[in-house]
Design a protein around this ligand. Structure first.
Ligand code: PMP
Length: 288
């Protein structure tokens, strides 16, 4: 699914066949989760593939790397150029792009490792195929921002997402809604959450979540349409009382939530603000 015989990837200054590309087994990233990454989409437009929010994603990658003491010797413009070449080499239009910064060999916990850069891409459709998602409130909470940089996209943080997703799927749900250490709503395993209530949108404030690039796009898009958006503290009960709920993320895009913990939201998706914003979003990402 991710690569075939002909797929080309970028690895530390070289274009290589994915099937031949190698990384060591003694890296700190592999053993202790000290790596940083991005999830980016490109969309086919009349003018060719467009890397959606390219600057924002690569700025976040450099920010995450800095937070984890990984010194990456690339600037945003170079990273974008490399990604454009990667798409060309693999003849991709609608693609998912995955840059990963990982460490050199280091079995200790010091930060002396060198940083390596890997960028790959593959043809990817929808993250969730189903129409409205069935969410469950997770027993796992999001990591405490006092113990790691939750606003950075660090590989190790995803152990939490994997555990929450597995528990949700085992119980027959599509995804989990995670609370923060204070019991307030944070986000889903790989997406931010918005609640529609009396014609307004509410979303958890920054602090205990990964502030998504799509989250900001949706906030701006909603405000440009005269829709009120509030970044605030939300409880599970606030979500249960919502008219409609949706998730946002690069992979997920804008996705309606049908229910939380078996409670169905009353507003049909097509009549919701999420659906209205999704239509505008889908136009915007494909605009040349
Ligand atoms: N939260 C988490 C935990 C995520 O993994 C993602 C996906 N990167 C998001 C939110 C959404 O972020 P973005 O819109 O930047 O993709």
């Amino acid at each position: 699914m991710y690569y075939d015989e002909n797929t080309v990837v970028y690895l530390d200054g070289e274009w290589q066949k994915a099937k031949n590309a190698k990384a060591g087994l003694y890296q700190q990233s592999f053993h202790y989760g000290n790596g940083v990454f991005e999830g980016i989409r490109s969309y086919q437009t009349a003018q060719g593939p467009k890397i959606w929010q390219a600057e924002a994603h690569y700025e976040r990658l450099l920010y995450s790397a800095k937070r984890m003491h990984l010194s990456l010797d690339y600037d945003v413009a170079t990273l974008i150029k490399l990604t454009q070449i990667l798409l060309e080499k693999n003849q991709l239009g609608n693609a998912y792009i995955r840059p990963l910064v990982y460490t050199s060999e280091n079995m200790g916990l010091g930060t002396e490792s060198e940083a390596h850069l890997f960028i790959c891409a593959w043809d990817w459709g929808q993250y969730f195929e189903q129409k409205g998602l069935y969410l469950v409130t997770s027993d796992y909470s999001r990591p405490d921002p006092a113990s790691c940089h939750v606003e950075a996209k660090v590989t190790g943080h995803y152990a939490n997402s994997i555990l929450a997703m597995k528990a949700a799927q085992n119980a027959g749900y599509d995804d989990a809604l995670l609370l923060d250490k204070n019991g307030h709503v944070a986000e889903a395993t790989g997406a931010n959450v918005f609640v529609e209530s009396k014609g307004r949108l509410l979303t958890p404030a920054k602090g205990h979540l990964l502030p998504g690039i799509t989250r900001q796009v949706v906030i701006d898009l909603a405000r440009s349409q005269g829709i009120e958006v509030e970044e605030c503290t939300l409880t599970r009960e606030d979500v249960l009382q919502a008219d409609a709920v949706f998730l946002t993320g690069t992979a997920v895009e804008i996705k309606g939530v049908a229910s939380l913990d078996g409670h169905h939201f009353p507003l049909p998706w097509d009549a919701s603000l999420g659906a209205q914003l999704d239509q505008l979003f889908q136009k915007q990402v494909r605009a040349a």
